[in-house]
Design a protein around this ligand. Structure first.
Ligand SMILES: O=C(O)C1=C[C@@H](OP(=O)(O)O)[C@@H](O)[C@H](O)C1
Ligand SMILES: C=C(OP(=O)(O)O)C(=O)O
Length: 449
């Protein structure tokens, strides 16, 4: 989004018609960022199919161009990246603007730290509030120098290491972004980079490193999951097939669960087990949710999700499940609002440092629509109605795409319409969201407010 874009208020009319048909959501955001970055580091031309053309990923594409890679769009979702080889990125002539994207900013820090170049990075007002010390801290130990704003915030400047050292780092928080930043820097270092994660997080970086020819060892030990990467491999360009994003599929899926009479298929969704915590939780809540055509494509498990409306009941979501559904709590909270009983989601501290403080903002989203919710420590408790949600509120989305989509899904299932102050940020991860929901509902369910 241009930093001064006008607000785009939307409203989801209630109650919506049942959702039906077979639909495809855009490509996986995590895999799309990584495909562009690994493509830029590889020797040869990487062909990507199904790339997410959302604003977050387009920021990564622009950054890879600024660092000297040739990145071309050949058709819808079809992109190519002519790489420069590890160590081959060139100094960018201008500031790198990562927009709203934490993944782009943090993974790029890893790339920049490993190259002997000077760069400056910024982002929008949301990204400039998010903590970067979690990457600049460990990356300083490889020999890179970082200068950040107070509190480790963007904008930052970085002078990459001339002869990067391999890291041996235990992650203090479960974060695939921090893990990936360390591994990307480790590509440029001589020797073995070792990262230990307390809880396993999405492993798209490890999968893609192997796909491009790097040696990666992963072992579950008493101290956590240990990942070892041999530095300075020759990455060879490799074709990438990006599956549909399970984090995007979550929105039409929960809408279909909540709107009576719905029966919906979401085709070609990535089902990496480190991403599917929401689906497991919804099944525990009684959701009728099946996978058809389960297969492996481009090294990632993929399948079609078939979902049918039905009643849900409350559950307790354990904290160790958080990494596998970290972006799905706002939409789970909407499902919990319609479920019978009190749902407790435990261990959500990381939600405070996303595009917004998602813990506070999700509780506010529910409260604005007549649902009782409270925060206890790092837990979110939602008192479900066991049926219809009152609705009727206007939700402040705080530059956060997932809050906007969650509120609009709530509106489809509520007794009264739900409005959002700004739906513009939905473009970061799910271009065409309102159009897809309207197609599924067979009408104008989501409209300008
Ligand atoms: O590595 C990634 O692609 C992502 C990791 C997660 O962030 P954290 O690593 O901060 O948990 C997630 O919230 C984000 O949407 C994408
Ligand atoms: C947290 C998210 O993304 P990022 O950290 O890349 O901004 C998200 O997409 O929900």
């Amino acid at each position: 989004m241009p930093h001064d874009a006008p607000l785009r208020p939307l409203r989801a009319g209630a109650p919506a018609a049942p959702l039906s048909g077979t639909h495809r959501v855009p490509g996986d955001k995590s895999i799309s960022h990584r495909a562009l970055m690994f493509g830029a580091l590889a020797i040869g031309t990487t062909e990507i199919e199904g790339l997410l053309e959302g604003e977050d990923v387009l920021r990564t594409a622009a950054a890879m161009r600024a660092l000297g890679a040739r990145v071309d769009q050949r058709g819808p979702g079809s992109w190519s990246v002519a790489g420069r080889g590890i160590g081959g990125l060139v100094e960018p002539a201008d500031i790198l603007d990562m927009g709203n994207s934490g993944t782009a900013a943090r993974l790029l820090c890893g790339l920049l730290a490993g190259h002997p170049i000077f760069s400056v990075m910024t982002g929008d007002a949301s990204l400039r509030r998010r903590p970067m010390l979690r990457v600049t801290g460990p990356l300083s130990a490889i020999g890179a120098s970082f200068w950040t704003r107070e509190g480790g915030r963007l904008p930052l400047a970085v002078r990459g290491a001339i002869d990067p050292l391999p890291l041996d780092y235990r992650l203090p928080v479960a974060s695939a972004q921090v893990k990936s930043a360390c591994l990307l820097a480790g590509l440029c270092a001589r020797g073995t980079t070792r990262v230990v994660e307390p809880e396993p997080t999405r492993d798209h970086t490890e999968n893609m490193l192997r796909h491009f020819g790097a040696t990666v060892r992963v072992e579950d030990t008493g101290e956590g999951r240990v990942i070892e990467l041999e530095g300075q491999p020759e990455l060879r360009a490799a074709p990438i097939l990006v599956p549909g994003d399970p984090s995007s599929a979550a929105f039409p899926l929960v809408a279909a669960l909540l709107v009576p009479g719905s029966h919906l298929t979401l085709a070609n969704i990535g089902l990496n087990p480190l991403r599917t915590g929401l689906f497991a939780t919804l099944r525990e809540m009684g959701a009728e949710l099946r996978v058809e055509n389960a297969r492996v494509e481009g090294g990632e498990p993929v399948g079609d999700l078939v979902v049918t409306h039905g009643p849900l009941h409350a559950v307790e979501v354990p904290p160790e499940r958080a990494p596998s559904m970290i972006d799905e709590y706002p939409i789970l909270a909407v499902a919990a609002a319609a479920a019978k009983g009190i749902t407790r989601m435990r261990g959500l501290a990381e939600l405070r440092v996303k595009e917004s403080d998602r813990l506070a903002a999700t509780a506010a989203l529910l409260a604005a629509n007549g649902i009782e919710a409270r925060i206890e420590g790092d837990d979110l408790l939602v008192q479900g109605t066991g049926g219809a949600i009152p609705g009727g509120g206007t939700v402040a989305t705080h530059m956060d795409h997932r809050l906007a989509m969650s509120a609009l899904v709530m509106g489809l299932a509520a007794r009264n319409p739900v409005a959002v102050d700004d739906a513009g940020f939905i473009e970061t991860s799910f271009p065409g969201f309102a159009a897809l929901m309207n197609r599924a509902a067979g009408g104008e369910a989501i409209v300008a407010a």
